[in-house]
Write a protein that binds this ligand. Structure first.
Ligand code: NAP
Length: 345
């Protein structure tokens, strides 16, 4: 583990990659299906790079490994900007997880990059998502197919349901012709593709406990990741604990959009706390840390995966470099960590 005090490993399945530990041959009781083999093969393909670059990963509930830090691409506009940022993140700053969606502009950029250098595929963990207007069985199958074509891949590491419903309040979506689409139809389609090894893991996004209870009652395959909006101000501890018990990874999207905008009083207060702690770390440890790095590290210390987005080289670099300083219990509590968690240390 990177310079932390061990809190993460204690209760949250974050692992340093040891492929042999998960070899099903160790357990003669377990029958490995062809798709388990596919997942294991992909894990092993990534292993060398992950180990060499000391990439922090979490083991998903289906045995796949998942990077704790990925690149968010929602909001990056235009083919050339997407291509340039994704290429830089992967080749210069060692990102291996890219968060895309059928609605974003990054899928073809990933495809173009893989066309240029097919060898990158084996190290990447690619995620995309089905848009709320496509919450039907066939539309979801079509969405996955379009993603595979755009990305120039024959399987994808994770596919998510972007929103559980086509809500009218989503001002950027026209839901008028897709009101009867149900996330269940979409999940059925994703389960089928999961069974065929075309998508290697399943995620759901903008989800809550009620929906998760329903999902687990209705489907035999549990998702591996929940991607929700989360930052220092909007921590949902109960849901995090609930998912943790199910060994489902919580991933924060928009981890600092509010901080970057910083318009309301609460965020201004967080910015001040972060900036004071950064000064303190610099004085005590002689290491320069930015508020963004500290925010991401706090989420990481709570075993929450993150997918920050940036269009700037310096930010891409620092967002995937958050372990150079020691993150103490005082920092943890100062940033809103729970007392109970503190006592466990
Ligand atoms: N599932 C969903 O419904 C959903 C919804 C929203 C987002 N997402 C995913 O989550 C990703 C991240 O969320 P987001 O794009 O909303 O917001 P975000 O990553 O929280 O914030 C992006 C903003 O932070 C700035 N920033 C990034 N790194 C910084 C740094 N080190 N220092 C200072 N400022 C920095 C960026 O500006 P610069 O470009 O100047 O660095 C940009 O203005 C998305 O790209 C997308 O992949 C998913």
């Amino acid at each position: 583990m990177h310079g932390s005090d061990g809190k993460v490993t204690e209760h949250l399945h974050v692992v340093t990659l040891q492929v042999q530990d998960n070899n099903p041959e160790d357990d003669e009781e377990e029958q490995e299906t062809i798709y388990d083999l596919v997942r294991r093969y992909h894990r092993e393909l990534k292993a060398e790079f992950i180990e060499e670059k000391e990439i922090e990963i979490v083991e998903l509930n289906n045995g796949m490994v998942y990077p704790m830090i990925g690149l968010g691409t929602g909001g990056i506009t235009g083919a050339s900007q997407n291509s340039q940022i994704i290429k830089e993140a992967i080749t210069k700053y060692d990102y291996i997880a890219i968060d895309s969606a059928s609605h974003y502009e990054s899928e073809p950029a990933i495809g173009a990059l893989l066309k240029e250098d097919a060898s990158l595929r084996s190290r990447l963990f690619l995620t995309s998502k089905v848009w709320p207007t496509d919450l039907y069985f066939q539309a979801t199958l079509d969405s996955v197919q379009k993603t595979l074509t755009a990305m120039r891949v024959n399987h994808i590491d994770m596919y998510m349901i972007h929103w559980p419903s086509c809500y009218d309040h989503l001002k950027f979506v026209d839901c008028s012709r897709s009101k009867d689409g149900k996330w269940q139809q979409s999940y059925e389609a994703l389960s089928k593709l999961y069974g065929e090894g075309i998508i290697l893991s399943i995620g759901v996004s903008n989800w809550d406990e009620e929906l998760m209870v329903q999902l687990l009652e209705e489907f035999p395959i549990k998702p591996q990741v929940v991607q929700n909006q989360m930052d220092l101000k909007t921590m949902d501890w109960d849901f995090k604990d609930y998912l943790n018990d199910l060994h489902i990874v919580l991933q924060a999207y928009s981890p600092f959009r509010g901080l970057a905008a910083g318009e309301d009083a609460d965020y201004r207060e967080w910015k001040k706390i972060l900036s004071d702690l950064c000064d303190e770390i610099e004085q005590e440890q002689g290491i320069k840390v930015t508020p963004s790095q500290l925010s991401l590290r706090f989420l990481y210390e709570n075993a929450i995966a993150v997918i920050p987005r940036s269009t700037k080289s310096q930010h891409l670099k620092e967002n995937n470099d958050i372990f150079a300083f020691e993150f103490t219990n005082d920092h943890y509590v100062g940033l809103g960590g729970r007392d109970a968690e503190k006592e466990e240390l």
